[in-house]
Design a protein around this ligand. Sequence first.
Ligand code: HEM
Length: 454
Amino acid sequence: MEITTLIFTVIPSLALIIVAIQVIQLFSRRYRFIRLLESFPGPTPHWWFGNSDQTSGDFDSLLQSVKYANDYAGMFPVWAGPFDVMLLSVHPTTAKTILAGTDPKDEFSYALLGPWMGEGLLLQSGQKWERTRRLLTPAFHTEILKTYMKVFDSAIGEMMSKWKRANEPVEIFHHVSLMTMDSMLKSLFSHDSQCQKESKKFKAACETIHSYSRRIIHERRLKMASEKQGERELDFLDILLLARDSDGEGLQDQEIQDEVDTFMFAGHDSTASSLSWCLYNLAAHPESQEACREEAKDILGSKEKFEWDDLRKMDMIWACIQESMRLYPAVTNVSRFTEREIALPDGRVVPKGIRVGVSLFALHRNPELWNDPDTYDPHRFLDGNETSGTLYMPFSVGPRNCIGKSFAQTQLKTAVANIVLKFKLETIPERPPKPESTLILRSKDGVYLNVTTL
Ligand code: HEM
């Protein structure tokens, strides 16, 4: 065959055939989804952009999913372009059924997390996830969490000492993120990152995790072999290194590194988001702020610091934190890839081999489930009102709920109690936050508050 025939006839024809096969495959995938989802009506998608108004993550799109909750029987398809679809649950009955299973995470939605977290607990599935979850659970035991209170105290103290010097509005999201990063590094490695002192240290702290965690793990193994038990308080890394299966098998260095990265990034950002929105809501509702302050004063009494037993007395503070996480959940959506058909209580069946999401944001604002859902009212969380886990799930529910929930609760309560005691928080009406969900719920231009020393 002549070379010109090959270049001008055979190669283009082959390329055309390959493209045609791929187009046919894409369209058959589209029609397969349409057929499978016949019993799930939803908003009409644009033929090319799909329901992109639903997937942008801006506040309007989040609010839109709340409106759809009542239109489409608790679960509806959201098209991401012409060939890909996710079934989104916006009602507790469908959400609980989805979250009761252990289907793997949906790779498409969690793709951005891989480079940060490696193959840690959050992204694992099957037996590997079961084993890691079992090995890591003791790391969050109450006796361990108690020891972190002084870590939180010192990181919060550092942040508040910067606020004392502030003579202009503070962008709290940034400050709070540095603080939770600092706490996390200290809890993981007993590493004093000092990342709140200068922003450059923040970057250096991230690099510490990614570049040096291998070395730190190796050095810690050596140290543990040579020191006496009980010589120092254990941090997360010690606990990961000590974790053993029933057959005596522990985690390999690479597995520990992945878990360190996962704790770091699953933990510090979501706690920072929750605390920032909580402080914003307290600033916007001075009567709730004052009630928290009074409660904190009563609990602290003549002591210098809050103690572990004080945390369970913080009813009002916890109610304010919960109400804020209801309106502004740090994680607005979670999603899975179905490995089997899932029968819903209403008789419909979620097909196998499809992405399913649960909008925690929509559940928390559904007018069918909550009185006056867009109003900030911490009293709904006092005396056990409306708090049932079927309605409210900022840490998700089921076997894959948040393993760091108690760690986060401890840090949030300690932070809020200390902050309201020392500062008056006020919003800046001309600089309202603009919530948007980019992996976690942030604000487009930050969250600015006036913080005045009391
Ligand atoms: C207020 C703060 C926090 C919130 C709102 C939050 C929320 C969540 C949610 C909604 C999930 C489920 C994710 C999914 O199904 O895809 C989750 C899982 C997880 N969280 Fe948190 N989280 C917080 C703090 C933390 C902390 C402090 C840590 C670690 C120290 C942590 C570690 C994890 C891990 C490892 C998972 C995966 C669990 C599994 O798949 O078995 N989180 N979190």
